[in-house]
Design a protein around this ligand. Sequence first.
Ligand SMILES: *Cc1c(COP(=O)(O)O)cnc(C)c1O
Length: 398
Amino acid sequence: MKTPVYLDNQSTTAVDPVVLAEMLPFFGEAFGNAASHSHGFGWEAREAVERARERVAAAIGARPEEIVFTSGATESDNTALAGLVGGARERGDHVVTAATEHRAVLDPLARLEREGVRVTRLGVDAQGLVDPADVERAITSRTVLVTLMAANNEVGTIHPLEDVGRIARRRGVPFHSDAAQALGKVPLDVEASCLDAASLSAHKLHGPKGVGALYLRRDPAVALEPLMLGGGHEGGRRPGTPNVPGIVGFGKAVEIACAGGDDEPRRLRALRDRLLGALQARIDGVRLNGHATRRLPNNLNLSFDGIDGEALLAALHDVVALSAGSACMSATREPSYVLGAMGLSEERVRGAVRFGLGRFNTADEVDFVAGEVARAVRRLRDLAPPGRARVDRSPGCG
Ligand SMILES: *Cc1c(COP(=O)(O)O)cnc(C)c1O
């Protein structure tokens, strides 16, 4: 077994070798510009891009012409939010979202707010779920967009998209979802969920970084003001020479993720449950953050009583690559607003650790990690038994 074991697959995933093999020719002899119409180099690239477009569309029940390739879910979110709100200025100025969205949704919304748009950020319950009835209540005659992520990147909670989509559709409000974590893990269908727009990313499902897509409904067409100007690429919705190797890799990654149906999600769920069971068997005070059943098959977000998440990660980084569920990143060192919105105690928020499983993880790795984590938790608890100051309060981290 190779260490450290990589268990940070909500952050990014390893490119599948099959995906890489499909991409390589497009860095080499097949280097054409997919926007060049006058020769075979361009035609070859264009054909590959269109095949990828069909694969991505098929995965979410969309039509190929509804898929716009972008540089990733962040760009897709920015385009959808600024573009759909900008395209609806005469109709209204109000957006409904949730407090637990990814920064790629919250930050563009904060900018829109500074520009005079009103934003309602709905709260979530202790499991991280938005109540569709709250969405219904928040919609006014001025609402131009509802945006709600399909699955949360920290705690894995899967939102009731179909219920929310039906409400938005009935009230005549376009519905967008950041589905970066859900694609390939949970069934995603733009018809069943009444989606008008959705953001996707390749590198969360063993595709390359720097490529993703924005699904945009054509019938009825949603009015979108493009984020960038500069050419007619992607139907004028996203100018710039397409990233042909990236798009090809994205298409292959989506195809692989969907080919096995529920087999891989089921395998991931079994590994995840094995990890949780092994930890609970070895140590006390293991708390699951997020929803017990409505969660991504590959996500575990845990707090260990009396343990600081950052301290645990530091004790483990030679053997396992994890992320603090607190998103207490070196850049911001802020406790997780997602866990905060769920109403968890400060100690539990500070203790949160995220385990994200991927295609290349094995049962042996899970057993190994469970043993190492349990050992580190026991050691940290021994160093600072309950009753004494046992939380390493790093500056600015809560
Ligand atoms: C990773 C992620 C993003 C950002 O995607 P990029 O392709 O890296 O820009 C946005 N939203 C969610 C929910 C994510 O998990």
